[in-house]
Design a protein around this ligand. Structure first.
Ligand code: NAP
Ligand code: MN
Length: 273
């Protein structure tokens, strides 16, 4: 049976440019010919389609509030990325795949970030905390209740498994299988001397751990905090609590396009392909 028979309300998330409007028009008419209804509001949607790159997909999840009752699907306008399984060049293939059960639903763990006592934020790739000046800053790092280390340097990245191939990878973090619910903690340029010492390698935390980052209030204590591709507007954060969210997001993907196939396609270029 088709996966999408009872899920035909489609919400489209994209950057409103003239070029994109043209692409979206095409998608819209093809979708309507195939019994999908395009809905103008997320509340009425069963499927949320992002059109653009991985960047657009990150924006789509954020702007629609990480909907639990929807399936997300990434449609690329360029080459296929990590969150995009389909391409605008081949929309017919996408519709065909949806109608013929050549797709499956994968759950991607997301990160819950609580800054001080604010309402939590969610991230699909990572949360990063970075000095906003050309000076180091200091963080006390706690794993659950354990004061694990005191970090001094440029900052830290806490990534989800699907975010492990993004910012995390640039600082030599490991690539993590998204079927492994975990969060990865990576350093950005830690300063190590007799006073400050950190583990120096990335580490993975299991789903029941909480990581607390306390910004030491020493004058340089206004770091910038990034959630996926946005900076939080909070200017003076004292403490971040990070854990895997209880919920995950559901993403529609092609059956023959596993995470490891994406990693191979994007990082291990093969001759003649
Ligand atoms: P960007 O700086 O314009 O682009 C970052 C690149 O990362 C883009 O090519 C983007 O793909 C790709 N990307 C996004 N998520 C990915 C994932 N999960 N796995 C592999 N590649 C991924 O920023 P952006 O497009 O707004 O994307 C935001 C992300 O950039 C952040 O979440 C962070 O992970 C990453 N970032 C990386 C660094 C670094 O590596 N030094 C620094 C800051 C931020 P598309 O072209 O398809 O959008
Ligand atoms: Mn980008």
């Amino acid at each position: 049976m088709s996966l999408v028979t009872s899920r035909t309300n489609l919400y489209l998330s994209y950057k409103r440019t003239d070029e994109m409007e043209k692409i979206v028009k095409q998608l819209q008419s093809l979708a309507e010919e195939n019994d999908f209804t395009i809905v103008p509001s997320v509340e009425d949607a069963n499927i949320i389609a992002s059109i653009g790159g991985d960047n657009a997909f990150l924006q789509a999840t954020r702007k629609t509030g990480f909907q639990q009752n929807c399936l997300y699907v990434g449609v690329s306008t360029d080459s296929l990325g990590f969150y995009t399984d389909f391409s605008v060049q081949d929309l017919k293939k996408m519709i065909h795949a949806m109608k013929n059960a050549e797709v499956e639903v994968r759950r991607y763990p997301i990160l819950e970030v609580t800054v001080d006592n604010e309402k939590p934020f969610y991230c699909l790739n990572e949360c990063s905390i970075r000095s906003n000046v050309i000076k180091t800053f200091v963080i006390d790092v706690f794993i659950d209740d354990l004061h694990f280390e005191t970090f001094r340097g440029d900052g830290m990245i806490v990534s989800t498994p699907t975010g492990s191939t993004a910012y995390n990878m640039s600082v030599n973090g490991a690539v993590v299988d998204p079927t492994l619910p975990s969060l990865q903690v990576s350093e950005i340029a830690s300063l190590n001397n007799n006073q400050y010492r950190t583990l120096g390698t990335s580490f993975l935390l299991g789903p029941n751990r909480t990581l607390t980052l306390k910004v030491v209030q020493d004058g340089n204590d206004h770091p910038i905090i990034g959630v996926d591709n946005e900076a939080l507007s909070i200017r003076h954060a004292k403490q971040l609590k990070l854990r895997l969210a209880d919920e995950s997001i559901k993403v529609l993907k092609l059956k023959n396009n596993s995470f490891w196939e994406k990693v191979q396609r994007n990082f291990l270029s093969k001759p003649n392909s």
